[in-house]
Design a protein around this ligand. Structure first.
Ligand SMILES: *Cc1c(COP(=O)(O)O)cnc(C)c1O
Length: 483
């Protein structure tokens, strides 16, 4: 990655020269209109006055300063940064999808509603939970919708004492947050020494107050829960529902259906498992899937087929609308394209390759790094930098040093129950050559920790910016240009 000189470092506003312009406006051919009253007008409006070349250089430079899946290996565990095939974008750009308006009635946009219907079918089929709403705009919103469905189900049975969400200590932070937002009380379930749910502890807290048990599968340690059938049985025997956090379904696609394991509700992140962009790359999408019995509580709209016509319907006892319109439609098109392009066998191969890639990395690094659990992992492996910490270097430092080698940091310090956690998810997209290079770099950094720990502690050294004040960046962000 490049070093920046003084000129490169200027923000767009700092490049401004009065009178410079990026466009040539033709002479106006409409009558001039009077301006609003003077007290409604600003005296000054600082906008950058720059040439077209300057604008292009500025934004091209910014794009090169970024790490992205299109430019760098990005093994960010629990986030599934897989390649986003360009075909997805080509299809989403078709005018029939890109140029329609969400206020158009369904009969005018039958193709779009059909796509939603078929995506619902595919997600229902892949998870074994046939009731699907594509409305949620993120994984966390899918969780929230799913938990409101659980509450609505218990309320419909006059089972109002069920106000507790049981959540393992390894859970993603959004789980307890969504449960609290949905008005549930969170009770934490410990993990056992092998990183599994402590089944006896679960049995002791599952009772007539249990509304729902939320479980991530594979767990956030990248492990398959061996007692899963017993776990779902315990909760059902206590009268509760079982929620799967399926944000990352990469290890299960085409291999296991959550519904077959006894789950009642789940969500999945299209921006993780189904190759749509993350965060800055675009809006999210976290569809919610439920059993047939719970389908009447789904958030609206749900696409339905009525003879030859596709409609957007409100389920009978719907929890209502959770956002405007129909979810992140452009993202739904991308995920649908991915699913149809891969096909059933292709998706199964995705899961198999994701699992074998993670296990390859784990096997090649376990002589240098402690493992959160020394057994086969699923789509990700959680390493610990505990041994490295004894030599004076933290997991954070290793993550920063990886940046010098052009590799994005793994997820750090999550799950919270693992000391100095480095959570590595290679995904199925990566070649063996890329995995070998990552392994080589990790071993090199481990050597460096013994020979020259200071270099690792002060990394990165090759990036335009080094260590940032992350607290200030979060608390006092500069949101607009200032001199
Ligand atoms: C990413 C993730 C979520 C939350 O998804 P968002 O789209 O970021 O809200 C929830 N659970 C797990 C396990 C995740 O990895």
């Amino acid at each position: 990655m490049m070093k920046l000189n003084e000129l490169d470092r200027r923000l767009l506003m700092d490049r401004s020269v009065s009178g410079r312009s990026a466009i040539n406006m033709p002479p106006s051919d409409v009558p001039e209109q009077p301006l609003p009253d003077a007290d409604m007008l600003r005296d000054e409006l600082p906008l950058p006055e720059v040439s077209q070349l300057e604008v292009i250089r500025y934004f091209s430079l910014l794009s090169q300063l970024n790490f992205s899946i299109d430019t760098n290996f990005y093994p960010l565990g629990s986030c599934t940064m897989k390649y986003n095939p360009k075909l997805n974008d080509a299809v989403a750009s078709l005018p029939g999808f890109a140029a329609i308006h969400p206020n158009q009635p369904a009969e005018q946009v039958q193709g779009a509603v059909q796509l939603m219907y078929e995506l619902q079918q595919a997600l229902g089929d892949l998870t074994g939970l046939p009731g699907v709403s594509l409305a949620p705009l993120a994984g966390a919103q899918g969780e929230y919708a799913g938990l409101l469905i659980a509450r609505a189900f218990h309320a419909s049975n006059n089972d109002t004492a069920r106000t507790v969400a049981l959540i393992p200590d390894s859970a993603h932070g959004t789980n307890p947050a969504s449960a609290a937002m949905a008005g549930l009380e969170v009770v934490t379930v410990p993990s056992d020494a092998d990183g599994n749910v402590d089944v006896e502890a679960l049995r002791s807290v599952a009772d007539e107050r249990t509304a729902v048990f939320m479980l991530t599968l594979p767990s956030t340690l990248g492990l398959f829960e061996p007692s899963i059938l017993e776990i779902t049985q315990i909760i059902h025997d206590a009268g509760g529902l079982v929620y799967a956090d399926g944000a990352n379904l990469n290890a299960l696609l085409g291999l296991v259906k959550l519904g077959d394991l006894g789950f009642d509700i789940c969500h999945s992140n299209l921006h993780k498992t189904f190759s749509t962009p993350h965060g800055g790359g675009g809006p999210g999408s976290g569809p919610v899937m439920v059993t047939e019995e719970l389908a009447k509580f789904l958030p609206e709209p749900v696409a339905e087929k009525n003879g030859d016509t596709y409609i957007l319907a409100e389920p009978e006892s719907s929890i209502g609308k959770i956002n405007a319109f129909h979810g992140s439609f452009g993202i739904l098109v991308r995920a649908y394209t991915y699913i149809r392009a891969m096909g059933r066998d292709g998706l199964k191969a995705v899961a198999e390759n994701a699992i074998i890639n993670a296990n390859y990395i784990q096997a090649q690094l376990k002589d240098r790094f402690d493992l959160a659990a020394d057994r086969y992992c699923m789509h990700e492996t959680v390493l610990s930098a505990g041994q490295q910490k004894k030599r004076g270097v933290k997991g954070l430092d290793i993550a920063k040093r990886l940046l010098d080698h052009g590799i994005h940091a793994p997820t750090m310090y999550f799950p919270l129950i693992v000391e100095e956690a480095l959570m590595v998810e290679p995904t199925e997209s990566e070649s063996k050559e890329t995995l070998d290079r990552f392994i080589e770099v990790m071993r090199q950094i481990d050597d460096e920790i013994s020979s020259d720990p200071e270099t690792v502690r002060t990394a990165p050294h090759t990036l335009p910016v080094t260590r940032l004040d992350e607290a200030a960046a979060a608390r006092k962000p500069y949101l607009r240009w200032q001199r």
